[in-house]
Design a protein around this ligand. Structure first.
Ligand SMILES: NC(=O)c1ccc[n+]([C@@H]2O[C@H](COP(=O)([O-])OP(=O)(O)OC[C@H]3O[C@@H](n4cnc5c(N)ncnc54)[C@H](OP(=O)(O)O)[C@@H]3O)[C@@H](O)[C@H]2O)c1
Length: 295
């Protein structure tokens, strides 16, 4: 059985590669810069870009299953190339937003474009839809390493952050075993705590009390805009959002933080159903990432 992993340098993809290689699968990966990859023995790397589907023709020859990173630009072409190569099943790294209440949300639209294309293709699929990644907290690492307070947008808002290894394990299970075709797996972390509590847990993991700044209202808007401004420009360029959508995106995120101040968010049990054990907690993630937060 030959499987191809896209996004193999990513938070999730790198674990999918390791898990498949350890399971004895013939694994290939693609990257836009394969020379930069550090891969387990026996894993072959191909240069390919999801926005340019024909670059996948070579890499997909003889492949039966694919772990696919979402990139709506070029998705129809990639799916076509996969079908022509004889691929049977695609596991898509989607997002919980794709199942959300707001059909106009850009993250939902972004992932739905890929999901819809795969559904239309007639190929067998599994959509893995994670909530917020615990790995998003790595953006705090430079401040923590420098001994500065962490800037939190609505520090007391709750979220249920998922460990990237849980996302990878669910995805790998869907690649290795039958019974996952047509499933949309909504997955969250094993607990729901505030961002301030997450910072405290990172502090416990590295043995140091950490300070944070609580940014709300216009201060939070400004910092959020600063963080995602260049990403929004890319989305406008790729036609995923309109030129005038950016202010709405900022307001939607602020609304989300304010709603999340009310209390813990729902924890989904899908990880447990699929893997037979509960999802990892944020405290476990912080211990696994101690090195990222220390000099
Ligand atoms: N962060 C969250 O809270 C969250 C929540 C739900 C869903 N998600 C979704 O999860 C995904 C991010 O996953 P991640 O954190 O594992 O990724 P990541 O660490 O951001 O890495 C991105 C990966 O995607 C690959 N990639 C990007 N553009 C590509 C292209 N045009 N062609 C081929 N490969 C491309 C990169 O490969 P090369 O650079 O090697 O080519 C890299 O391996 C996104 O789709 C995001 O929307 C994120």
């Amino acid at each position: 059985m030959t499987m191809l992993v896209t996004g193999a340098t990513g938070n999730v993809g790198r674990h999918v590669v390791d898990l498949l290689a350890r399971a004895g699968v013939d694994v290939r990966v693609t990257s836009r810069d394969p020379a930069s990859l550090d891969l387990p023995a026996g894993v072959a790397a191909y240069r390919a870009d999801l926005t340019d589907p024909k670059t996948f023709e070579h890499a997909l020859r003889g492949v039966e299953k694919v772990f696919l990173y979402t990139q709506p630009t070029g998705i129809d072409g990639v799916v076509e190339v996969a079908k022509a190569a004889g691929v049977e099943h695609i596991v898509l790294l989607s997002s919980l937003a794709a199942a959300g209440r707001d059909p106009d949300h850009w993250i939902a639209r972004y992932h739905r474009m890929a999901e819809d294309s795969i559904e239309r293709s007639g190929l067998s699929w599994t959509f893995v839809r994670p909530g917020p990644f615990a790995a998003n907290s790595l953006q705090w690492a430079p401040s923590i390493r420098a001994g500065k307070p962490v800037r939190l947008l609505y520090a007391h808002s709750y979220l249920s952050s998922i460990h990237e290894r849980d996302i990878a394990e669910v995805s790998t299970r869907a690649l290795l075993r039958d019974g996952h075709a047509g499933a949309r797996y909504h997955i969250t972390g094993g607990d729901s705590i505030t961002q301030a509590e997450q910072v405290a847990l990172i502090g416990q993991a590295i043995g140091r009390e950490l300070a944070f700044e609580d940014l709300t209202g216009d201060d939070a808007r400004a910092v959020f805009h600063e963080r995602i401004g260049s990403r929004l420009q890319e989305l406008v360029r790729d036609g995923i959002i309109g030129r005038t959508d950016a202010p709405d995106i900022v307001e939607t995120r602020i609304r989300y933080y304010v709603e999340a101040l009310e209390g813990p968010v729902e924890i989904d049990r899908t990880v447990e159903k699929v893997l037979g054990r509960p999802a990892r907690t944020f405290a476990e993630w912080a211990l696994d990432h101690k090195a990222d937060f220390t000099n």
